[in-house]
Design a protein around this ligand. Structure first.
Ligand code: ADP
Ligand code: MG
Length: 238
């Protein structure tokens, strides 16, 4: 279980999150909803660690072990994964090399070029991605769909436990949302947890969600309930 206790966050002296306590249990899927600017991305960034945010006393723990002082890569090694809402483009870093280095960092290995080719190519074929994709610069000029494929490849290679997906539905057409959801649903199992951050509902129509969290600086927790979602769709978050 990933546990957050009493988290308050400010940025540029502005209070964004206040006294948030939240558990993410493996085997359950979550959805974090909230208006634009309600702090959804800030919450994910804080869990992954981002120096932009000032954090007041809080506890972040995995399986009861306090991980407040861990760096992002150490948190990633423990199984936290964040798909960014705004993805950086890195010219000169090839997708193949990027994927090979995160794979090796996770496993403490040094995989050869050919060795990694054997690992990655079946995944590329399974996902119906052109091989040329591996030779491209990281995220440079990627379409919404290609960005998602890169994230899905990372999920397959790293097999993280707590998977935060920040608006992964943005920039995708209806068909791409459905196919991305299907792949994520296949990745989902009792040993991981999908955490969708969204303000449209299309993507979660395809996934079994166990708990909904609504952020508005403070926290409102609710069991997954289609009626609640219909109410939010009709009446908004207020
Ligand atoms: P959401 O993801 O729910 O749309 P965010 O977490 O991105 O919301 O933003 C929460 C609040 O923090 C917003 O009011 C936003 O304007 C503010 N914010 C985010 N980044 C900065 C920044 N670098 N400087 C000042 N305010 C910021
Ligand atoms: Mg956001």
């Amino acid at each position: 279980m990933l546990t957050i206790k009493n988290l308050s966050v400010t940025i540029a002296n502005k209070e964004i999150l206040k006294d948030i306590s939240l558990n993410f249990e493996l085997g359950k899927n979550y959805c974090i909803l909230g208006q634009n600017g309600s702090g959804k991305s800030s919450l994910a960034m804080t869990i992954m660690w981002n120096p932009k945010y000032s954090i007041e006393s809080w506890v972040l723990s995995i399986e009861k072990k306090n991980i407040n002082d861990l760096t992002p890569n150490e948190r990633a090694k423990l199984g936290i994964f964040l798909a960014f809402q705004h993805i950086p483009e890195i010219k000169g870093v090839k997708v193949f090399e990027f994927l090979r280095s995160i794979y090796d960092a996770k496993n403490g290995t040094t995989t050869s070029f050919l060795g990694f080719k054997k690992i990655i190519e079946p995944m590329i074929i399974e996902l119906n991605i052109d091989k040329e994709f591996l030779r491209r610069d990281l995220n440079v000029g990627f379409s919404g769909g290609e960005r998602r494929m890169l994230e899905i490849l990372q999920l397959k290679l790293l097999e993280p436990k707590y998977i935060f997906l920040d608006e992964i539905d943005s920039g995708l057409d209806i068909d791409a949302i459905a196919s991305t959801a299907k792949i994520l649903w296949n990745i989902n199992n009792k040993k991981n947890s999908l955490i969708f951050i969204t303000h449209v509902f299309k993507i979660i129509e395809h996934i079994q969600i166990d708990e909904v969290v609504v952020l508005e600086k403070w926290l409102l927790k609710a069991k997954w309930d289609k009626k609640l979602i219909e109410k939010i769709k009709k009446e908004g978050f207020k």
